[in-house]
Design a binder for this molecule. Structure first.
Ligand SMILES: Nc1ncnc2c1ncn2[C@@H]1O[C@H](COP(=O)(O)OP(=O)(O)O)[C@@H](O)[C@H]1O
Ligand SMILES: [Mg+2]
Length: 394
């Protein structure tokens, strides 16, 4: 039981602080132990069929490379079945790549002139699945052998906590703020931390990041204006990654705009509801105006892709399908073909700070799981195809 004593403060400022302290302590003591007993996330293992699918090979091929000894056996074999950790899959890519005639067949990461991909998810409507989409794309790419950076631009830190860092409890540790602040910034390399998920690193956020909004409003450093700061920070870690997935706060402030100035492609996630569609129109009107302002101030904005993604799609809901059709009719291929289906598998997973990729299929209703994962895979594949186009690959 949580012992309840009356709140002591009446002054709003002190009261808010007291409530936040009490809430944080309660989260630490009660919720975290319930949700993550050892307080750190770990990633499940993957069955042989899942592993074959991720590597893009057949089960027969896997058995062959194991039998030949080309590929070491995974540590975990139960009842004759192989289970692979994500790290073992990652390592398998390296081994198989050496045997492959086609460069990038197993290790698809960028090479040569291929530029770092910086994809920003933005929309000022809260609940449009920005964070959910960011983490699913991050996991999709990491599982397929890309070096991924999840960059959290939302001071609320949803993406950060999905990456296994709880902004509620870990108050120390550097955040994106430290790399982009005006006063004595640190290198982005110090901010970026690897996660429990092989291939995925995170540039974390917490409430402190909102200081950037305040400081940017008063700061005028003509050499390093606000819209250059994320781009410059990313340049410091450029060589370590293939793709950056940038989650945005639900507003069009300095952080979102500085993100836009760094991005190489944009995705505007959008739920098919009248309210969302009209607020997205306002968002883009405002975004267009700000893009103009920073372009006049010397920023060059150039996007390989600028797409809408329909999220929380409900194929059986007539009004939402009408809105989806309306968007497709208006904007054609600017609306991604794949949609993120609304699914309890997704909402249940995110409750536990997981993506659908972290959930074990047998722990859910299979049809529900398959539908949700199929939809997220389709979204991921469409983005991956665009990434390859940006790189000039066929
Ligand atoms: N495809 C989906 N199916 C079901 N629930 C979803 C889906 N995508 C997002 N949600 C839920 O909607 C809520 C808002 O999503 P979130 O990604 O946090 O939005 P945003 O970051 O745009 O504010 C979350 O509770 C999440 O679990
Ligand atoms: Mg969010």
């Amino acid at each position: 039981m949580i012992p309840v004593t009356p709140l002591a403060n009446e002054r709003p400022s002190a009261l808010a602080t007291e409530i936040s302290e009490r809430l944080n302590a309660a989260i630490r003591e009660h919720l975290l132990s319930a949700f993550a007993p050892d307080n750190s996330k770990t990633l499940r293992s993957f069955s042989a069929p899942e592993t074959a699918e991720l590597l893009g090979v057949s089960g027969q091929f896997m058995r062959k490379v194991h039998a030949e000894g080309t590929l070491p056996e995974p540590e975990d074999i139960r009842g004759g079945r192989r289970y692979y950790t994500a790290q073992e899959i990652w390592d398998a890519r390296e081994v198989l790549e050496k045997t492959s005639r086609k460069k990038g067949r197993y290790m698809p990461r960028r090479f040569g002139e291929e530029k770092l991909q910086i994809w920003q998810l933005m929309n000022f409507k809260g609940g449009s699945s920005k964070s959910t989409t960011s983490v699913h794309l991050a996991h999709y790419f990491a599982l397929r052998g890309y070096r991924v950076l999840a960059l959290d631009l939302d001071p609320q830190g949803s993406l950060t906590s999905m990456c296994g860092i709880s902004p509620e409890i870990e108050f120390d540790g550097l955040t994106v703020y430290d790399a982009i602040r005006y006063d004595d910034p640190v290198s982005m390399a110090e901010v970026v931390v690897p996660t429990y998920f092989p291939g995925l690193s995170v540039a974390p956020s917490r409430l402190m990041l909102s200081e950037f909004e305040t400081e940017s409003a008063v700061h005028s450093n003509p050499d390093q204006p606000f819209f250059t700061r994320i781009r410059n920070a990313l340049a410091q870690v450029e060589d370590d990654f293939d793709i950056v997935l940038m989650d945005s706060p639900p507003q069009l402030g300095f952080l979102t705009i500085a993100g836009m100035a760094a991005a190489s492609s944009l995705i505007v996630p959008l739920t098919p509801s009248m309210l969302d569609v009209s607020s997205t129109a306002q968002f883009l009107e405002l975004a267009g105006a700000y893009m103009g302002v920073i372009e006049d101030a010397g920023a060059t904005l150039q996007y390989d892709f600028f797409k809408f993604l329909i999220t929380r799609d409900e194929p059986t809901d007539v009004p939402s399908q009408q809105l989806t059709s309306f968007m497709r009719a208006l904007f054609q291929d600017r609306v991604m073909s794949a949609t993120a289906l609304k699914s309890t598998a997704i909402s249940d997973a995110t409750m536990l700070k997981q993506s659908i990729y972290e959930v074990v299929r047998s722990e859910m209703t299979r049809a529900t799981y398959d539908r949700a994962k199929g939809s997220m895979d389709a979204v991921g594949l469409e983005v991956e195809t665009m990434v390859h186009q940006s790189w000039g690959r066929k």
